[in-house]
Design a protein around this ligand. Structure first.
Ligand code: NAP
Length: 253
């Protein structure tokens, strides 16, 4: 099977390793957003395709047999493009999304539909620094709030508008509960804002917030495109690829 993995996540790298080990011809695609990305086994290409048309052309030109969209749960544009392109050229597509986080007993979580709503909530919150972990691209949403200090953590430096009273931390994790507790205490955090990214690598902030009894604003995930099958483990995604290979052999025979 020639498999295209739309990547940029740990799950995408794990899946690439599994499929390469199983003898598939795997190409992983990265957007090229972060400097020095972790690279998966197999072939790697970097950069946008040029919308759904470009992706459809890539699938045809490279005779791709199956696509796994293992991008980050919040990378909604590439997921929509994949749905359009795969449907157009008749290539099977699977979405792989790790499970989201859920609040435990006693957690003070507010779920909001997008970063704009999270920023509005932050601006209206009480005193204390707002700890923002929603990425570097949406920071303009917080730029009108001069009444709070903001601790902003991103992988690469932000471009564009940022909160006027911002302390920036550049880090990519994984994070520990002790480290997150120390950071939140040092900066007198009063509110944590996070996307519902899911996964263990960045979950420590939620544990720390619970220990400090801090309120948390959680931005809900965008929906997986209509009609696209979605699984939440690398194992299940690998099984799906195997099923496509079996079906392809049956059709050829
Ligand atoms: P996005 O908004 O959904 O996509 C914007 C454009 O970037 C797409 O239209 C596509 O360009 C290009 N692109 C995105 N992912 C690509 C991929 N894997 N391979 C080739 N081109 C890709 O994406 P995003 O939110 O900027 O995320 C970019 C990448 O970072 C994703 O691969 C994602 O897995 C990873 N990531 C995102 C987040 C997040 O919070 N959004 C967090 C961690 C990692 P063309 O239209 O030109 O094809």
């Amino acid at each position: 099977m020639r498999v295209l993995i739309l990547g940029g996540t740990g799950e995408a790298r794990s899946l690439a390793a599994r499929l390469v080990d199983a003898g598939h011809d795997v190409e992983s695609s990265l957007a090229g957003r972060v400097s020095n990305p972790a690279l998966p086994p197999g072939r790697v290409r970097v950069g946008g395709f040029g919308g759904p048309d470009g992706l459809a052309a890539h699938l045809t030109t490279n005779a791709v047999d199956a696509v796994v969209d293992a991008t980050h749960p919040f990378a909604a544009t590439i997921s929509a493009n994949a749905a359009v392109a795969a449907h157009r050229v008749g290539v099977p597509l699977l979405a792989l999304r790790r499970p989201g986080w859920s609040a435990g007993a006693g957690d003070d979580w507010t779920r909001v539909p997008d970063v704009a709503a999270a920023a509005a909530h932050a601006a209206a919150t009480g005193p204390g620094t707002v700890f923002v972990t929603t990425g570097r691209r949406d920071l303009a949403a917080y730029a009108a709030d001069a009444s709070h200090g903001y601790l902003v953590r991103t992988v690469d430096p932000p471009a564009g508008a940022t909160p006027p009273r911002m302390t920036l931390v550049l880090d990519r994790g994984p994070y520990t509960v002790d480290g997150e507790l120390a950071l939140m205490r040092t900066h007198a955090i009063g509110l944590l804002v996070t996307k519902d990214s899911g996964g263990a690598l960045t979950e420590a902030k939620l544990v720390a917030a619970a220990m400090l009894e801090l309120p948390v604003v959680v931005v809900d995930r965008p929906a997986v495109p209509a009609g696209v099958t979605c699984v939440d483990t690398v194992d299940t995604a690998a099984e799906w690829v195997l099923a496509q290979a079996t079906r392809g052999r049956a059709q050829a025979g």
